[in-house]
Design a protein around this ligand. Sequence first.
Ligand SMILES: Cc1cc2nc3c(=O)[nH]c(=O)nc-3n(C[C@H](O)[C@H](O)[C@H](O)COP(=O)(O)OP(=O)(O)OC[C@H]3O[C@@H](n4cnc5c(N)ncnc54)[C@H](O)[C@@H]3O)c2cc1C
Length: 559
Amino acid sequence: MTSPGGRRTAILTVDDDPGVSRAVARDLRRRYGEQHRIVRAESGATALDALREIKLRGELVAVILADYRMPEMNGIEFLEQAMDIHPGARRILLTAYADTSAAIDAINVVDLDHYLLKPWDPPEEKLYPVVDSLLETWLQSDHRPVPETRMVGHRWSARSSAVREFLARNQVPYRWYSSDEPEGERLLAAAGADLHRLPVVITPDGEALIEPTDAELAGHVGLATAPAKDFYDLIVIGGGPAGLGAALYGASEGLRTVLVERTATGGQAGQSSRIENYLGFPDGVSGAQLTDRARRQAAKFGAEVLTTRDVVGLDIKGSARSVRFADGTAIDAHAVILATGVSYRTLEAPGVDELTGAGVYYGSALTEAAACANQDIFIVGGANSAGQAAVYLAKAARSVTILVRGGSLERSMSYYLIQQLAAIPNISVRVCTEVVGAEGDGHLEKLTLRDNQTGQTETVDASALFVFIGAAPLTGWLDGVVARDGRGFVLTGPDLVAAGDGKLPGGWELDRPPYHLEASVPGVFVAGDARAESAKRVASAVGEGAMAVMLVHRYLEKL
Ligand SMILES: Cc1cc2nc3c(=O)[nH]c(=O)nc-3n(C[C@H](O)[C@H](O)[C@H](O)COP(=O)(O)OP(=O)(O)OC[C@H]3O[C@@H](n4cnc5c(N)ncnc54)[C@H](O)[C@@H]3O)c2cc1C
């Protein structure tokens, strides 16, 4: 087979047992030999040589199958190096039952796509379905050479920081140039831009976007922003774990499903450096990795995913539910799942607003980490998100100080994280402390801290402040449409009835009460953090997304 770019594609298999190696290659050749070049190797080193040769010839590798137990270099070590040569190739590890836990480790280490237990007989049942699906995924996206998007910005430019965050969260590879380094200056000159209009993003085909909006960027980096239809079975609003879960289950169960996301898929979880308590990932998983997998999985089942589309209204038009966008256009569906989660609360202290993006950051710990090397930085907040950011940033920063308003972390942070923090020497925790001021010339330089027990204040040097002080649902746009609690969380099922002192919500016309995750309007469901009384965890958000789809089916059956 030739790839869309006209180049031949290879499938490579490596196993140190010549008999097994030949058998895998034979089975692969039988099914894929006409379309693909099957390359066989009997050690990690020779397989790496083969991969380099393929690269030099300008050919592509679609799938790599590696045996786990190989002397000298095991399958995981091999795949780690193979990824550097052909990052787009999908990866399968062949393991014996006894090595299952090593294979699970590999899911994180080498972003493994699949592990296949030996023996793989009959291949029609065990091998081919896996390779078929990985080839399909590869064809859809990964055959593309990594395009080089370049970005010129400045560390203290708030929009530069936001664009970096946007590209990173959408997993768009880019190269960063500071506007005060020679190559940055050359690129700015070539683009006809100046220092006052940063950032400039240069797309792989050479187009320069000066101070681009998120929507402009999305359009240029291949993210869908316009719906393909005007009527769907299901519209999911919000692309965090709950929304991705709902889109995946909706599409996989045959519903015409579209997911609409305001910025980038992943939501809060997408910004987490390491989620340690999500089932099936004993060594933790980064939010970016989990998001990438979920998005690919949802797309595989046919869910449409739109990014940079802000939903600003929900209208009830008979049996149709109409979702309005900020630009005035709308799409309709039989049912809607609200999965809009929560957004960071802003820190109210003089100077903070002006320095946001220039030393003060909300939840953007990941993209700013490199800039914190050898610096003294502060984190405000006592919940898990703050703890995770501290662990992550402490690898680069000279010191990380966590500022907590309460008297201890115990009530707000998981025990495992408190233990981790205690074991890292350059992390310290200051309890009973609040930020009451921020100052600096063009970027953050100093913070004023107040001890809320004694009232004493102190001014400290600070290079960066990361704010994780809880979050609120931004559901004002649902005013007058669905019932919410006093803090803006959307009420569903039994909570709606309880809030109405046992009565069904006003305007409810059906003779059944609202289903468990159903809002005060039939056919509108809520999943994840936006729902009143929800658990505020990745696992529960994903679970509620799946459960909401089950209730959508129940609703549609009776429509
Ligand atoms: C840094 C960090 C670390 C965390 N670590 C963990 C952890 O280790 N374990 C754990 O279990 N939980 C963790 N959490 C909590 C977990 O991430 C959340 O509970 C989970 O993401 C909630 O998922 P959700 O889909 O309901 O909402 P969110 O993740 O908040 O996603 C909502 C999405 O909806 C979009 N949206 C909002 N309004 C609109 C609109 N009007 N139009 C279009 N789109 C809209 C938002 O842009 C967002 O992408 C962490 C949270 C943070 C911030």
